[in-house]
Design a protein around this ligand. Sequence first.
Ligand SMILES: C[S@@+](CC[C@H](N)C(=O)[O-])C[C@H]1O[C@@H](n2cnc3c(N)ncnc32)[C@H](O)[C@@H]1O
Length: 424
Amino acid sequence: MKDNKTITGARAGAIYLLDQVLGEQHRLMSELQGFGALDGLDPADRARANRLALDTLRGLERADRMLAKYLRKPPPLTVKNALRVGTVELCAGEAAHGVVNAMVGLVGADRATAGLKGLVNAVLRKIAAEGPEAWNALRVPRLPDWLRGPLIDAWGTPAVNAMEAAHFAGAPLDLTLKPAATVEIPGAELLPTGSLRLAQPGQITALPGYDSGDWWVQDAAAALPARILDAQPGERVLDLCAAPGGKTMQLAAAGAEVTALDLSDQRLKRLQANLVRTGLSAQVVVGDALEHQGQYDAVLLDAPCSATGTIRRHPDLPHARVGDEIGGLIELQSQMLAHAWTLVRPGGRLVYCTCSLIPDEGEVQVEEALAAYPDMRADRAALGLPGVHPQWLTEEGGLRLRPDYWPERGGMDGFYIACLRKSG
Ligand SMILES: C[S@@+](CC[C@H](N)C(=O)[O-])C[C@H]1O[C@@H](n2cnc3c(N)ncnc32)[C@H](O)[C@@H]1O
């Protein structure tokens, strides 16, 4: 494993990221934002390294199938990752000599792997000869069994196949506009639920309206919980797990008096920066959702979860050890929902949501809460927003969103949302 300070170039950066994700089960976001991996690269190379790592993770199964024919025994992980990145680039139509020379150079530059230069050269030349045609003939990469099994139980095989196609396709960039914003973004599509979608966004900070804070990045599905909460000017609203603040900004932009609470000081710094850029305000509190006290007109609980609804944008997730943590998260969600309910005033409402595809983190939580609290009812009418398909409504009175919905538009994140009303 390389020291990240010695990384030069986007391809070396991508291999380093893959070594961390596939060797150490680290999350890509923590590598890039928390640990500062690739800080030595210029911004363009860092962005390209990230893109290459994401493309390789999305196509990992295909790359491994193509490589398996030419590898009699598995090479060290970092060499395998160089071969994987090379395969993905070659099968996306990159010029063979550039890719092969670069990967041979990278493997040759490290004394620990230099002896495998010849292998890398020979294998990648064979892959180049097979090219995109062989790649496209392979099946859509599947989720690992720890996730595929439970998702098939919940949604059936055809739905999971469609989700996998959506994961493989990746995600466009969605923006939430401030209600009064009039910014025009070339090439943006207005989605039926009100978000703006960009298929080819380029550099986000260079888009019109970024500096003036007219919008923020937020998946179309992630924008629905705050729309469903429908905060009114002057209402006291608590955002219980708020950072980095996409939903806080929606609530504040609606004119509510927002308290934004989160356990993570670091993540709240990003929330503060987002509020500054967008010129919105909220009372920001570092604290534990399970201990916070008060009475609010409305509470938004975007509970910590497996985040399995975001795999289109985070293809490293199935490779991290999130599977082991889900039991603990389900317990935490149930405790948080119980405590959040005590913070809602009589006649008020709680919007519960998770970006998970696992019913135990969504439908089942709400079903159990409805059975446990006699003063709670599911407000189905609150879910009837423009663009919300009636088939997305669930039996217990929530809204199920999945990555395979809107396939013709580029999909959406997986989410579960319910609006729970307290008797007056
Ligand atoms: C799904 S994210 C929230 C995303 C956010 N609502 C948004 O729209 O940008 C879940 C958040 O819960 C926070 N969290 C986890 N445990 C918590 C706790 N016990 N109390 C408060 N926040 C917690 C995490 O720090 C994380 O920021």
